[in-house]
Design a protein around this ligand. Sequence first.
Ligand SMILES: Cc1cc2nc3c(=O)[nH]c(=O)nc-3n(C[C@H](O)[C@H](O)[C@H](O)COP(=O)(O)O)c2cc1C
Length: 168
Amino acid sequence: MKKTAIIYSFNTKKTGKIAEQIKQAFEDDSIELVNAEDINEEIFMSYEQLVLGVPTWFDGELPNYWDEFVPALEDLDLKNKKIALYGLGDQKNYPENFQDGMGLMAEILEAQGAEIVGFTSSEGYSFERSRALRGDQFVGLAIDYENQGSMNKTRIPAWVAELKKQFN
Ligand SMILES: Cc1cc2nc3c(=O)[nH]c(=O)nc-3n(C[C@H](O)[C@H](O)[C@H](O)COP(=O)(O)O)c2cc1C
């Protein structure tokens, strides 16, 4: 596989756990786990394919570590990058902003030319609004650890099976 990283904050528990499960499902030791809190443009650009872990915080916003990297992202040419997103959100407590951070990140990356892969069906979720929706699909894998944690073990392998077809 081309040089591939899963980038997420090593200080998160849930986002981190999902990153490990995604790596496991890929069954490919060459995939690198990279700390979002340590990245810079050079590190980000050194990967051809990326999986980004993006929990939503602050009522529809990115967590600080991603927010701080956005100005750098907005200067990058991402035309040859394939990027898959997984988001963490809570549809019960934040039904008006469910997974907005993942949607926001997708918009930023697409504006720089990145190809976002790994859209998923929004069937089986219950919420009012989400910036991560395109029609009836999410722009990535929507994880709701708080309310649908038991579905992680089916959602993650199904998503990675799709990504394996997109990544090469
Ligand atoms: C202060 C706060 C604000 C949150 N805002 C949102 C939100 O707007 N939308 C959403 O879907 N989830 C929201 N969440 C839920 C988190 O995304 C969820 O708890 C997630 O599992 C956090 O993952 P992490 O601990 O790995 O960062 C919020 C959680 C907290 C504590």
